[in-house]
Design a protein around this ligand. Sequence first.
Ligand SMILES: Cc1ncc(COP(=O)(O)O)c(C=O)c1O
Length: 493
Amino acid sequence: MEKIVTIHLDRGLDTPLYTQLFWQLRSLIKEGVFQPDEKLPPIRMLASELGVNSITVVNAYKQLEKEGLAYSKVGSGTYISPVNRDERSTFAYEEADDLRMMERGQISVKGDTINFASATPTPDLFPVENFKTLVNRVLDRDKGDVFGYQQIQGFQPLRQSICMYLEKYSITSSVDSIQVISGAQQGIDIVSKALIEFGDCIFIESPTYRGAIEAFKSRGARIVEIPIEEDGINLGELEQKISLYNPKLVYVMPNFQNPTGYSYSDEKKQRILQIARAHNTYIVEDDFLSELSYTGSTSLPLKALDHSENVIYIKSFSKIFMPGLRLGFMVVPGRLWNRVLSAKHTSDISTSGLIQRTFDLYLREDVWVEHIEYMKEKYRKRYELFMGALRDSFPGEVNYKDPGGGLHVWFQLPQGYSDEEVYARCLKKGVLITPGSLFYSGSSGRSHFRMSFASVHSDRIVKGVKMVGSVLEEYLKEGAAAGSQTEGYSPFM
Ligand SMILES: Cc1ncc(COP(=O)(O)O)c(C=O)c1O
């Protein structure tokens, strides 16, 4: 009971009481004040101690359950989950530590592990020689100016060349609407800082990119997951929930989504824009792969169809250029320019002048077009080998959709089989895959996993896919009950 006295709810705040209670309980759980499997205070008792309605406590407990931090036993009460995300290091299993790292966006790759978990290009694809030539030209031309503080919004000539680049994708922009960023992750963080206040609701596709989930959570956002289907977000659910929750933003990846590889149909692209317009909500479009269509069809960004400035467009170059450069840009609706500028300023003042100026030459001199064609051909080869190997060696019960582009494929296991079990078994054979549960904000997704072919050289793709195929065959033969219990491998909360 001593634990309860540390909870303080403030009726003067706009944040609902149940949200305040949820966040405080969440911190207590994360700090280890509540122990795994410990019973939370009975609803009526806690409500009376805090002087609130029972429904406030019920809603806070429900939210904890949704986050996977608690579970309820019928007729008994609500309990702390056996393992919470921040505590996974206490597991005896090495795999658990690796999973924890993945959750934070890092992967531990040992020796000659075949890495289908990372979606980063292999370094041999980086255009080092070209880059060296252009860096030297910039240094000769601009000398010391390269190393001064840069304009917060970005190097002006680069913003001009970005506008010209965007015309190729049918996006109309102005130099003033471009914000240069140090990678798309920073863009997501900046949008979060600029738009989200503690307790605000935001919508994400479910599943989605983990880095975005964490950025939204860091602002204290309430996250609502809308399922993604093979042709884009579930519009019925989006429409139904949007009037209920009035979200600040909807975060989407309309082309070759991470992790599913799914792309929105043209119809869904149009409809989501209409919905956003009607409800005066922003759509944050994370475009990290539009260029990589292998079927010949073009995948226009949503921003190209946005005539009412509802879309905040974030562009990453990490998968198609060099992630270590930390470079990207945003196209920002006019009414958000100032807020975005302040958020960028408090993040890192400006993006590296050397990198911005060099990239400007890339775009101006069409070296970029050649580079993208080169990357696309390399990736296409990996994609074809990967898809062929899947057809040859994956059991029929494991479902997936050919994405036709991008860098990932999303797999669904038959009911009752666990993503983490597949992950652990593959790791033992020297192959890394990504468990699906990493891509959800709540506790769902345990029967999916993602594989990316970006980080595996062509000569190892077939071998690696075959290894995963045989792990799956063996696991499916043993039956759904085999695995986590027998291995002592606890589920991911
Ligand atoms: C969907 C998505 N958005 C953003 C990022 C981060 O990109 P950047 O390296 O440009 O920060 C990633 C990285 O994997 C990603 O998958």
